[in-house]
Design a protein around this ligand. Structure first.
Ligand SMILES: Cc1cc2nc3c(=O)[nH]c(=O)nc-3n(C[C@H](O)[C@H](O)[C@H](O)COP(=O)(O)OP(=O)(O)OC[C@H]3O[C@@H](n4cnc5c(N)ncnc54)[C@H](O)[C@@H]3O)c2cc1C
Length: 464
């Protein structure tokens, strides 16, 4: 097994900042990322993208180049196109690179694996022609691909609005934006507005996107519910309710988005303690102000620790970089505290916006907890809500019992797509809390690898 002082998983703003900070403070570190180039979700392909495309993605995206340059100049090691499929509490790491599995070990591990879009099952969500907004944005950033026959965007959350604005800059025909936030959300968000104004640039940005889209004549539908994607072999139309009125829009492409949640499978696989955050509606790791988890030597930062956005992720990365330099004997506690002062302050300021956004863009309870019986919840094993409800009514009272009985969460994605939905469905059916219903127990591999790749692993042998 190769041994490292510090291994960082994830090359987004959190991981890049952590790696650069640690390396600048004489820590020998290695950053592993499954993407081919550094940047993570927000700054995907930032070094290779043509100038014109970078411009239409907006100024936030362009900031990524600076961060990537700092990382490149820091002397940190880098393994791109490498997927991590295991991490345990002994900090043994399983990777897959060029089709070959390998093991390594680190004295300190920083998990900066980011967020994923919240999977929300609704009728027709598995039809070809229905994707997430994040997937649409990945195609735009990495390949310059945009819908050529128009698109309907539906759901809730800032990314939906951002993508609509980016598509509009790229000349894409947006048939409609269906806003699925409940009408009461604004009232629940208002008490958080004064604090949110401390990070008012986010609000101004959102208002600007909305007004530019409206000026361009993009139809907005507010208070949308009961979304159906309809079609035979592929999507033909989107049906929905606005108030009591039923509506239908013909479209070959529907992109949905219901906010982002921490991609917590790696930290749960390692055995770090987690809790259900009833505001962000997701599992989050228990961490301290430096990102240290409940397991010694494993730190969790960025959106993987709780949704805070790219700026907060960058500051959290720097804090974790200083902390790892301290725990690895390169900095005293006093030096760490002095170096980290500015970042702690900036991070706290930036996070002021979060409670407001969480309330404003909260998906409705009906959407999350009451999927229709015939809707597929686990896409991999093709298990619908009715099968899960039957298991619950047969007396299975936690998600892992439901998993054993129905095989939901046992497919190639290992439950990343249905984990939250099953937890919420079980809790709702039993009239209990999601914490009591529990989350899936996560086992390796957290990313797919073949038996052949696993069998070829040279356990216990030193690698060249
Ligand atoms: C699809 C999507 C698009 C987004 N687009 C925007 C946007 O345009 N603007 C914006 O402000 N915010 C956007 N966000 C939110 C944004 O991702 C975060 O606020 C910010 O990027 C968080 O930074 P991070 O470093 O924590 O994680 P990320 O930037 O997500 O970086 C995590 C990195 O870890 C890697 N990784 C994860 N698991 C593994 C593994 N098992 N093995 C190897 N590598 C792994 C990922 O490939 C990724 O490169 C988006 C989120 C998503 C999910």
């Amino acid at each position: 097994m190769e041994q490292y002082a510090l291994v960082i998983i994830g090359g987004g703003p959190a991981g890049l900042a952590a790696a650069a900070t640690a390396a600048q403070n004489s820590v020998e570190c290695l950053l592993i990322d499954e993407q081919a180039s550094p940047g993570g979700q927000i700054y995907r392909a930032t070094k290779t993208i043509p100038q014109q495309r970078a411009k239409l993605l907006g100024p936030d995206y362009q900031y990524g180049r600076r961060l990537v340059e700092q990382f490149n100049n820091s002397g940190a090691g880098y393994l791109p196109s490498t997927t991590l499929w295991n991490l345990n509490r002994q900090r043994e790491i399983g990777i897959l690179r060029n089709g070959q599995a390998a093991l390594m070990r680190a004295k300190h591990v920083i998990i900066a694996s980011g967020a994923m879009e919240r999977p929300v099952p609704f009728p027709g969500w598995t039809l070809p022609g229905v994707m997430t907004a994040g997937a649409g944005q990945i195609l735009l950033k990495s390949s310059g691909l945009v819908p050529d026959e128009g698109v309907v965007l539906a759901g809730t959350g800032p990314l939906l609005l951002l993508l609509a604005w980016q598509y509009q800059q790229a000349g894409v025909a947006i048939h409609a934006i269906l806003d699925m936030a409940s009408s009461g959300n604004l009232w629940h968000a208002l008490p958080h507005l004064p604090r949110a104004l401390l990070a008012h640039h986010y609000i101004l940005k959102g208002l600007r996107y909305q007004s530019e889209l409206k000026r361009a004549g993009v139809p907005f539908y507010k208070g949308v519910s009961d979304l159906h994607a309809v079609g035979g072999d592929a999507l033909q139309a989107v049906e929905f309710k606005q108030g009591n009125n039923k509506k239908r829009i013909e479209t070959p492409l529907l992109l949905t988005h219901f906010g982002v949640i921490p991609d917590s499978h790696l930290s749960r696989c390692a055995g770090c303690e987690h809790y259900w955050d009833s505001s962000q509606l997701c599992w989050r790791p228990v961490i301290d102000e430096w990102g240290n988890s409940s397991i010694n030597g494993i730190t969790i930062i960025g959106d993987g620790a709780g949704i805070g956005g790219a700026v907060a992720a960058r500051h959290a990365g720097r804090l974790a970089g200083f902390e790892s330099a301290h725990t690895l004997g390169k900095m005293s506690a006093t030096q760490r505290d002095k170096a980290a002062k500015e970042d702690s302050k900036w991070m706290a300021d930036d996070l002021h916006i979060r409670p407001f956004l969480e309330k404003l863009f909260r998906p409705s309870s009906a959407l999350l907890n009451e999927p229709k019986d015939e809707t597929l919840i686990c896409r991999c094993e093709e298990i619908n809500a009715s099968t899960i409800r039957s298991a619950i009514r047969d007396g299975h009272k936690d998600v892992n019992q439901v998993k054993f009985l129905t095989r939901c969460g046992m497919g190639p994605c290992q439950g990343r797509q249905c984990d939250n939905s099953v937890s919420q469905l079980v809790a709702h059916e039993l009239g209990t809390d999601t914490v009591i219903a529990g989350g899936y127990r996560i086992r390796p591999p957290v990313r797919p690898l073949t038996i052949e790749q696993l069998a070829a692993l040279k356990c216990g042998e030193a690698e060249q």
